[in-house]
Design a protein around this ligand. Sequence first.
Ligand SMILES: NCc1[nH]cc(CCC(=O)O)c1CC(=O)O
Length: 323
Amino acid sequence: MTSSVSSPPRTIRIGTRKSQLALVQTHWVQEQLQKLFPDITFEVHSMSTQGDKILDVALAKIGDKGLFTKELEVGMLNREIDFAVHSLKDLPTRLPEGLTLATITERENPADALVVHEKHKDKQIDTLPEGAVIGTSSLRRLAQLRHHFPHFTFKDIRGNLNTRMAKLDAGEYDAIILAVAGLERLGMSDRIHQILPKEISLHAVGQGALGIECRADDSELISLLKGIEHSQTRDRCLAERAFLRELEGGCQVPIGVNTDLNGDNLTLSGIVASVDGKNLVKDTVTGSASNAEQLGIQLAQLLRQHGAQEILDKIFTEIQRGS
Ligand SMILES: NCc1[nH]cc(CCC(=O)O)c1CC(=O)O
């Protein structure tokens, strides 16, 4: 029997983190692929990553060199799993040798959401009282909110979405900021009190989209995975990721973006902010979506000319000193 003519249908092993959000996202991917390729078996294998284990240290201090992705990447290189489903914003912009970002699926609303304690149900971000305690673990959200609302008190918050909600509802915070996408995927849309406009907060690179990573030499799998790619989301996210890569920033730096795609016309805005929110550089570039990555690089270079590198260097030094 020759395997090239009638090779048995392959079983494909999908790797995922164990968090509730990761599992929901991975089961969605599994379902889409199963519909497209009914003869193939797709199995889900879940594993804990470092980011799931270290819950008591501020994310900014541990850095983000693949905190949520490393174990899955090792699993792919060891051939224990064939591909991994990530929240694209948690996937570093440089991947290990031998792995590739095969597909980007359709993005949910990429914006950030304000979720409030019920005593503030009549308030919006700009009417919360002086000194209101706002929970966020992201330097990007912190810097931009501090810039607009210096009268708030900001407090770190970690843990999965349910834990964070419980801390908010218990009164530890007046409000918290979370990704709209995560809340929607976990069926908590009713907790989205206000979607923060881009004038207040630019979202994280890749926020709201899923990124699928696999071995770069698995061309058979890569062509299957292209079946669930969303080309508009891919173009936007490739521009965003090129911007971040060019600035050498990870997920845990105060860098935000916004993209708009009109036909082939891609508009990319980016911001780099100091952690105290006092220093902030922002610009926008437009061009053809077929040059998405080039646009990202162009925007990074523009922001450098406006002083972005000095802001970032200062943050890296502070993080290293552990302040
Ligand atoms: N780093 C945590 C993380 N990674 C992906 C999401 C939400 C879903 C998404 O942005 O795709 C979240 C939670 C949050 O930022 O509120």
